[in-house]
Design a protein around this ligand. Structure first.
Ligand code: 13P
Length: 336
C-alpha cells in the first residue's frame, strides 16, 4: 500500500522543486520554434535530454512532470528517461489531462478533457513507467467582471476532483492545477478575487468527491496583475496577495503547494518566489511551498542551446544555476 503523504512529502522536501517538462508535442514544437529550433520527434527527444540528463539536476529536483510521449523516449545513453530519473532519485510524474476545449462551444472559456479511460491509463503509467504522481491543468480566464463564469469554475473544479480521486485510487499523488491565466488587463486585486474563488471551489469539489486532501498537491498561479494591465507588480505585492489568498483559502492539511510560472519572465518568477517563500515563513504558513515551473526554468537554457550539441554544456549550466537559485528559497534557513 502506497503512503500518498510520504510520496507528497518526498516531492515537497526542502531545497527542491518540480520541473514541468510536460509540454505536448505541438506545444514543444511551438516553443522550440520560438527559439529558432526546428521541432520534430528527434529534436523533442534532444530537448528533453538537455534537461532530464543534465548532471546535478537531482540536487534541486524532487520530481519531473512528463508528457506521455516522453515515457517511451530514451536519453542519449539509451536509458529510458523514466529510468534515468529514477536512478537519480527524481520521481517521474505524468500529465494526464488531454488539453482544453471551449466551454461552452464557441465560448472564450475552456474545460479540460481527459477523464474517459483515465483509470486504465493511470494503471499503465504506474505499472510500466513507475510514475508516482500526476498532473491535470485547468485554465481559468479573466475578462473584466464577466469572466470567469461560475459555471466554468465549477465544472473545472469538479473535473479536477474526479481526476484527483482516480489518481489516488491508482496509488499516485495528484497535482491539482487550476491555472488562473495571466493574459488580460485585469488588476492584481481582481486576480486575487478569482484565485480565491477558484481555489475554494476546487477544495469544495475535492471534499465532495472524498479525495484525501493530505495526499494532494495544489499547483497555483501567483497573484499578478494581467499582462496587458501596464502594471508591473513588485515581488512584495505579489507575495502579500499570494500568501494572503492561500492562507485564506487553502486548507492547512493539504500536502503542499507549488507554483507555475505562467508566462512571467524567468527573473520575475525567481524574484516573486523568493518574496513568497520569505513571507510564508514569516507568517508560519502551514504547507511546504516550492516551484513547479516549465518556462521559467527552461527558457534561458533554450536560448543558449539553439538545438546545437556544442551548446549543451553552457545551456545546462544556465539551467542548473537557475534551479539552484529557485530551490534555495525553499530551505528553512535560506541565505540565498
Ligand atoms: P509554466 O511554468 O511555463 O507556466 O508551466 C507550468 C505548467 O505546468 C503549466 O501547466
Amino acid at each position: 500500500m502506497i503512503d500518498l503523504q510520504d510520496v507528497a512529502h518526498t516531492l515537497l522536501r526542502s531545497g527542491k522543486g518540480i520541473l514541468a517538462d510536460d509540454e505536448t508535442d505541438v506545444h514543444a514544437d511551438k516553443w522550440l520554434a520560438a527559439h529558432g529550433i526546428e521541432g520534430g520527434e528527434e529534436m523533442r527527444r534532444k530537448f528533453r535530454n538537455l534537461f532530464l540528463a543534465a548532471p546535478d539536476n537531482e540536487k534541486y529536483l524532487s520530481g519531473v512532470i512528463l508528457f506521455e510521449g516522453t515515457l517511451t523516449q530514451k536519453a542519449d545513453d539509451g536509458t529510458l528517461f523514466t529510468e534515468l530519473l529514477a536512478k537519480k532519485g527524481i520521481l517521474p510524474g505524468i500529465k494526464v489531462d488531454q488539453g482544453l476545449e471551449p466551454f461552452p462551444e464557441g465560448g472564450k472559456e475552456t474545460i479540460t478533457k481527459g477523464l474517459i479511460g483515465l483509470p486504465e491509463r493511470l494503471m499503465e503509467f504506474r505499472a510500466k513507467y513507475g510514475t508516482g504522481f500526476a498532473k491535470w491543468r485547468a485554465a481559468i480566464t479573466i475578462e473584466g467582471t464577466q469572466l470567469p463564469t461560475a459555471q466554468a469554475i465549477h465544472e473545472n473544479a469538479k473535473r479536477l476532483a474526479l481526476y484527483a480521486l482516480e489518481v489516488q485510487k491508482a496509488g499516485m499523488v495528484p497535482i491539482v492545477e487550476p491555472e488562473v491565466l495571466l493574459e488580460g488587463n485585469h488588476s492584481r486585486l481582481r486576480a486575487r478575487e478569482v484565485v480565491a474563488e477558484t481555489i475554494s471551489a476546487v477544495i469544495s469539489s475535492l471534499e465532495d468527491q472524498g479525495v484525501d486532501i493530505t495526499g494532494v498537491i495544489l499547483k497555483t498561479s501567483m497573484v499578478l496583475s494581467g499582462n496587458k494591465s501596464g502594471k508591473m507588480d513588485t515581488p512584495e505585492e505579489v507575495a502579500e496577495d499570494t500568501v494572503g489568498v492561500l492562507l485564506e483559502n487553502a486548507p492547512k492539511d493539504l500536502a503542499g503547494i507549488v507554483f507555475l510560472s505562467g508566462g512571467q519572465s524567468t527573473e520575475q518568477a525567481t524574484a516573486n518566489l523568493r518574496a513568497i517563500e520569505a513571507l510564508a515563513k514569516e507568517k508560519n504558513a502551514p504547507w511546504p511551498l516550492t516551484f513547479s515551473y516549465a518556462r521559467a526554468l527552461q527558457d534561458e537554457a533554450l536560448t543558449i542551446w539553439q538545438g546545437k550539441d556544442e551548446n549543451i554544456p553552457a545551456a545546462r549550466e544556465a539551467f542548473i544555476t537557475r534551479l539552484k537559485e529557485d530551490a534555495c528559497f525553499t530551505l528553512a534557513d535560506s541565505a540565498c
